[in-house]
Ligand binder design. Structure first.
Ligand code: OVM
Length: 411
């Protein structure tokens, strides 16, 4: 007879070292996800490394230690999943991503292909298309005045330009946005958010998988670049389809969130909008500050691949470490006056794109999209004012708005 391995949230049950601070909190409580800032402060205040009994996992939120865990891919692996489930012990809900949920040496090959497809040169070639699309979306909104910014702008722009960039021949904007939300909720615990996401996963995932096939893509997009790497023998054609799936997993919900959060920041800090209008070259640094201030991906995990230490405390092999990127981005030990949103801060070292070999491979295209959107808004819109309460949408990994009513005052 074989003893049943006891699991908590799909990973091994462990006993933390008794000196590690224990915090009886649910980091995925909907109240926390609605307004995570007080939770992030409390997490940093509890210590360098905290034990969360509710999920049998460690958590970090101070900048230095979060960056250490996130960038040390030798000790803290991604191949066992970047959520609470340990892929070594439980079958994941979809075939693992061959870039996000992979370690070297396998990761090295797929990362190289994606990195080339998303290079600054490729993104530069898309900027005219991004700027034209941003102008077409923004001009009527600026004239209209009252808008619901999440649907009319934050979702409208990436769901227009991203399928074109990838070369998708038929796009379903709703499925693209929803798939992102599913993928990101899936890295959380088995809570109501994850269950609701999983209920919709079969239908949406089937559509996504079909959309990754070569015959569904044009010959001149990012998808074609990935399939060209397969033709060249760098990866297999099956791997190419999986990497196209990664574009569709990581490229839509994240940029939708970035745009929505940028608009929210400017509606809250009108003097910063004036600064941007006075100096449009601040669009890029402004986006970095939006990322630091709002952390579109608030939490991802790693798994200890060996017995190791964090902040001097022992951490056993198989331990999950929840990394609160949002907490690190607001750490007063790293950022002066972190609760001030200042578009000229130039917050080098923020963790919104992660760090190390898994740092967001799409960050150039994300920056290009935001530059296009802010570049279309700045000359047309004198002020961005709240026109009702901004409502955040709880997600196990994404810190995003659900509704953002705004009044755009034309210039
Ligand atoms: C992927 C992927 C990459 C980055 C983020 C992400 C969880 C997914 O390769 O599927 O969202």
């Amino acid at each position: 007879m074989q003893a049943t391995l006891e699991l908590i949230e799909g990973h091994r049950v462990l006993d933390p070292h008794p000196a590690i601070p224990v915090w009886d909190v649910d980091p995925y409580d909907e109240a926390v996800l609605h307004d995570p800032y007080p939770f992030w402060k409390a997490l940093r205040d509890r210590g360098e490394l905290v034990w969360i009994p509710r999920y049998g996992a460690f958590m970090v939120g101070r900048h230095e230690v979060t960056k250490e865990v996130f960038s040390d891919h030798d000790r803290f692996v991604s191949s066992r999943g970047v959520g609470l489930n340990d892929f070594k012990l439980e079958t994941p809900w979809r075939a693992p991503s061959i870039i996000l949920e992979a370690d070297p040496p396998e990761h090295t090959k797929t990362r190289k292909v994606m990195s080339r497809a998303l290079s600054p040169k490729v993104v530069k070639g898309m900027m005219d298309m991004f700027r034209a699309a941003a102008g077409e979306i923004v001009a009527p909104l600026a004239a209209k005045g009252g808008i619901e910014a999440v649907t009319e702008l934050a979702e409208a722009f990436p769901t227009t330009v991203f399928p074109r960039a990838v070369g998708m021949t038929d796009a379903n904007p709703r499925h693209l946005v929803d798939y992102g939300a599913i993928v990101f909720n899936a890295v959380g615990p088995d809570n109501a958010l994850r269950r609701a996401a999983m209920a919709r996963a079969p239908e949406v995932a089937a559509w996504i998988t079909a959309a990754c096939a070569r015959d569904r893509l044009t010959g001149d997009g990012l998808g074609a670049l990935v399939y060209a790497a397969a033709d060249a023998g760098e990866i297999t054609h099956e791997e190419a389809a999986m990497l196209v799936r990664s574009f569709l997993s990581a490229g839509v919900d994240t940029t939708v969130t970035g745009i929505g959060s940028a608009l929210w920041c400017f509606s809250q800090f009108p003097a910063e909008w004036e600064k941007l209008r006075a100096d449009p070259s601040l669009a890029r640094p402004a986006f970095e500050e939006v990322l630091r201030f709002t952390s579109p991906v608030h939490t991802f995990a790693r798994t200890a691949g060996c017995d190791t230490e964090i902040a001097g405390f022992p951490v056993p092999e198989g331990a999950k470490i929840l990394c609160a990127l949002g907490a690190a981005n607001m750490d007063p030990d790293r950022w002066g006056d972190p609760e001030a949103f200042r578009i000229d801060r130039r917050p080098v070292g923020h963790l919104a794109f992660g760090a190390g070999i898994h740092g967001c491979v799409g960050q150039n295209i994300a920056r290009g999209e935001l530059e296009a959107v802010l570049g279309a808004l700045a000359p047309r819109v004198a002020r961005i004012e709240p026109a009702g309460p901004a409502i955040w949408r709880p997600n196990n990994a994404i810190h995003a708005l659900d509704r953002l009513p705004l009044r755009l005052i034309p210039s």
